[in-house]
Design a protein around this ligand. Structure first.
Ligand SMILES: [Fe+2]
Length: 267
């Protein structure tokens, strides 16, 4: 598996704090079946001002350590950019780091509580420069979780998105798990990745989510989210798209039908 969203570089954001923690994360990832990680430290103006050069040299350093320690894991460069009005200008100035620096895919994070009003415009300006934005964990954004059609609108305009493996496994609660599954069911999600921050809590693991996805959506879709599209992203290739589905997922319709029965019986 290839993990396109992971905070493994030590000491440059709220991910791994030390090289020892990065090593522990690498061991967990290898054990889980991950062979390549896109290091995606946060870039948030005034909070994590990580430059392209900072990230590139940190990637070289950890790869050298992993090689010395015989850890069969490759780290490639990337970043997670908080959306802001000046993002497209920074891309034009050559200051941003796309997934594996291919110039094709850019991981973009929105605030948790809302969608800023400049979002669609900024994403479009990135696309005009030949870069496809990948929205990080839309299931954790309250607006997308509440109304998946907002993400569907962006997907129809060629915007990609990445759901987090921990969300699928219920690590952040039932509400986020349901939102994640709903977005996946709609066929508007392109990747599943760990968004790991540590060797405890949010760990670099995707195998459990992969199994769950296979059961719920079939092997082909699960393979596309966890293996094939991540491989295409780091190679700068065109992604495979799922079939966009309207309406509720079958299990949601069942819950809607049964809920009044349960409510009646329990009263
Ligand atoms: Fe992240």
């Amino acid at each position: 598996m290839i993990d396109i969203h992971c905070h493994i570089l030590p000491g440059i954001d709220d991910g791994a704090k030390t090289l020892e923690e990065a090593l522990a994360m690498a061991e967990i990832a290898v054990k889980d079946g991950i062979s390549c990680i896109v290091a995606t430290p946060h870039v948030i103006a005034g909070l994590y001002d990580n430059s392209r050069e900072d990230i590139m040299s940190a990637v070289d350093e950890v790869n050298a350590v992993f090689a010395r320690e015989n850890i069969p894991l490759t780290i490639v460069p990337g970043a997670e950019y908080r959306i802001e009005p000046g993002l497209a200008r920074q891309l034009k100035e050559g200051r941003l780091l796309t997934v594996n620096d291919t110039g094709k895919y850019l991981l973009v994070e929105l605030p948790g509580a809302f969608i800023p009003d400049y979002t669609a415009e900024v994403l479009y300006e990135l696309q005009l420069q030949g870069v496809t934005p990948v929205i990080a964990h839309p299931e954790k954004n309250a607006a997308f979780a509440e109304d998946p059609s907002l993400l569907a609108e962006l997907a129809a305009r060629g915007i990609c998105s990445q759901v987090t493996s921990g969300s699928i496994c219920g690590l952040f609660g039932t509400k986020i798990k349901k939102a994640a599954l709903r977005l996946l069911h709609k066929g508007i999600v392109h990747f599943v990745a760990s968004d790991a921050h540590s060797n405890r809590g949010r760990r670099p693991e995707m195998a459990a989510a992969f199994e769950l996805l296979k059961k719920q959506f079939g092997t082909e879709a699960a393979h596309r989210w966890v293996i094939e599209n991540p491989r295409r992203a780091i190679s700068g290739e065109t992604l495979l798209a799922g079939k966009i589905k309207a309406g509720r997922a079958p299990w949601e319709s069942l819950i809607t039908k049964l809920l009044p029965v349960f409510t009646k019986n329990s009263s």
